[in-house]
Design a protein around this ligand. Sequence first.
Ligand code: TRP
Ligand code: SF4
Length: 439
Amino acid sequence: MPERIDPWGSSVYENYERLIKEFGISPMSDLVDMLPRPHRFFTRGIIFGHRGFEVVLGAIRRGEEFVVLTGFSPSGSVHFGHKMTFEQIAYYQSLGADAIITIADLEALAARGMSLNKGYEIGVNEYVRAAIALGLNPEKTEFYFQSKRKDILDMAIYFATKVKIGEMSSIYGFSESTSVGHVMVPLIQAGDILHVQWKRYTPRPTIVPVGVDQDPHIRLSRDLVNRSRVLNVRLFKEGIMITLSDRNKRDLLEKTERALRDHGYNDLDVNIPYGVIKIYGAAGEDEYVIERIITSIERPMNDYALFKPSATYHRLMRGLTGAKMSSSKPETAIFLTDDIEEAKKKILRAVTGGRVTAEEQRKYGGNPDICPVYELYAYHLISDDAELLKIREECLKGERLCGYCKKEAAERLEELLNDIQEKMSAIDDKIIREVVRYD
Ligand code: TRP
Ligand code: SF4
């Protein structure tokens, strides 16, 4: 188990329950039933954790505005790990969200030395095209490039004034020999996440669907909101507490008290001189209402009066070779643009959770929980839960042998890839031009 979650590391995470316990991530299972038409990633526990999802849920269930923001560091072709994120964006769009997607070309430059031109080319030709083929609604989708959007950098510099080097080092394990470019990456990402509520936009709940490796960036972004706001929200045992960080702005707290009462929150303990309001009994989606109240009260005097961003974390698919899935190692992942025969071969060559011999497999069964082939079924190839469960049980009982199982997966993959590739080649460049923004 890693001592910290590392966005640039190569660990394959095994024990997600421990991530919840040790890193203070909230379990998703508590909230899944409240979602309208939950995507299979939710019902199957693939999206296993979150931070602050109650705030987004509050907006969803009231039919109010929210935004989904996520990003991709352009590395190469789009693989099935990226596909997971695109599907989640499409899901939130179906619930009314605006979708804003960053192509992290500055990150690719700072962390991997990729030129901005190359980042642009990969961004448009691979990621934007894939997004539309995978069902994003072009009318509600906006792609932008980090390097072209000044707000991102303005925010990053502002946030840089709020974080000390020592803190960055302890979050990310940076050392004396880390490049300063690398140190900037999380601040730029905070700019991505928070600018969707900034100048050209308005404060609103923001959901950031990401793999769990991105958790440090999310925590940092949530912290930066706390440090930049005058009114803050904290949970305590009996409810939710609002605190004021600047004693000279007591009028904001007085306004907040009135707004809370207008919204029917009357079980309050108000201590204006101390800068605290306690709202007893408030929980869950009340956090949405309260964040909305305080951001609208504070916004006229502070551009940084933003909602704390929310995030969900999905499991990271295992690579087909057992190593972490990676764009730079084509044998570890299925890419949307893979030659179909080649992709099928990747599955047939994949490691599995099976036993060494067929005999042992029949006797002891396989282990779907460590099997990348099973993950392909669960994440991408099978939409029917009962069918998936059947495969799982057959595997566990030794009634299913890996050779057969891989062949079946390869056939299903062929169908899926055919469909995606057809859609990708049918996309008109005009649509691509419409979803890409240049500032
Ligand atoms: N760091 C992310 C990755 O490596 C990419 C990214 C950049 C991102 N900005 C973002 C993800 C904002 C979510 C939100 O994949
Ligand atoms: Fe994986 Fe299928 Fe083998 Fe089970 S039978 S271990 S699911 S390949």
